[in-house]
Design a protein around this ligand. Sequence first.
Ligand SMILES: *Cc1c(COP(=O)(O)O)cnc(C)c1O
Length: 384
Amino acid sequence: MEKRFVYADNAASTAVSERVLNAMLPFLSESFGNPSSIHRQGRDARRAIENAREQIAECLNCHPSEIYFTSGGTESDWWAVTGYAKAQYEHGKRHIVTTAVEHKAVLEACKKLEKQGFEVTYLKPDGDGIITAEQVENAIRKDTALVTVMYANNEVGTVMPVEEIGRVCKEKGVCFHTDAVQAVGNVKIDVKKQNIAMLSLSGHKIHAMKGIGVLYVRNGTALEAMITGGAQEKGRRAGTENVPAIVGLGEAVKAAYEDFDGRYERTVKVRDRLIDGLIKLGGRLNGSCENRLMGNVNVSFEGFEGETMLLLLDSKGICASGGSACSSGQTEPSHVLTAMGLTAEQARGALRFSIDGGFTAEDADYIIEAMKDIISRLNKMKGL
Ligand SMILES: *Cc1c(COP(=O)(O)O)cnc(C)c1O
């Protein structure tokens, strides 16, 4: 087979799309003014920021005044969890409900709160990685300050029953935050219908820049400021705005919901072609079949090291990940896969291919051929 370059690591980061780049370029050159300035340059920049805010609000079904720009998913998660908990502490609410499969940004924020006197319940998923609304309901107590459950998992692509969880939180009167970094553009989101009070999203997972993100905060939510020292973002997240990145993010979110159904159908088709091919080679699918992100393929090849397979894939021009990008360089099996009940062996042999709308059937076949070759090579080495 002729060597190709296949990028299948979109859950780790995506390329900035041409459309996003073109939207950003004027704000890197002629329209460079400070959005707080009163002159025309400043007003142009301000208008561009407010336009991006409107674009994002429209896709989430919220008011533009509820959109706060941050440096990315990690900051948004950290801000939502620690900033809301701190404001609740004095009211005697010192309990947090989260899950064992969250991104480290949420888990580390919860760990910090534990040191400050909070109690945290880490819900365990089922074998598919799903957390049920019933589990959340049973975990909520009188002193629960916050429920934070991710919308879709970054490793195995499992989509959580967010609407049901939102309903439970509403009934119990508890604030609900969701890390939707992997969900935006892949799932239709409606913060009103789903009763989401806070939602994190990130630019570089949806073809915008690294270092830009959003925290949606429902108006009236008692959230402490992230950074003070200026009037930007209503004084809750001070600092001169990253205008080009913000403009790009607005365009990226908008683009992610155009031709949604068509892209969904095409992507699921090639995703399943890749899954079927890898299962035929002896792989075990991790995560849910039905409640799965359109671009996620996570398969374990038991008895093989993920790192070794990734290096061999790389030599064939294929970019993929193990359990998660953050785990490369460390030998610990993924916390997500082990929470789902996989053995350490199964977790170590996990590969994640995350595809976008540009991924083709030829790309899928190339990966399958490459994996066939890699497995037979590794088997031969084992026999020696
Ligand atoms: C990537 C990711 C983050 C972190 O976002 P950054 O913008 O890279 O800081 C948080 N949560 C999930 C689920 C992610 O996939």
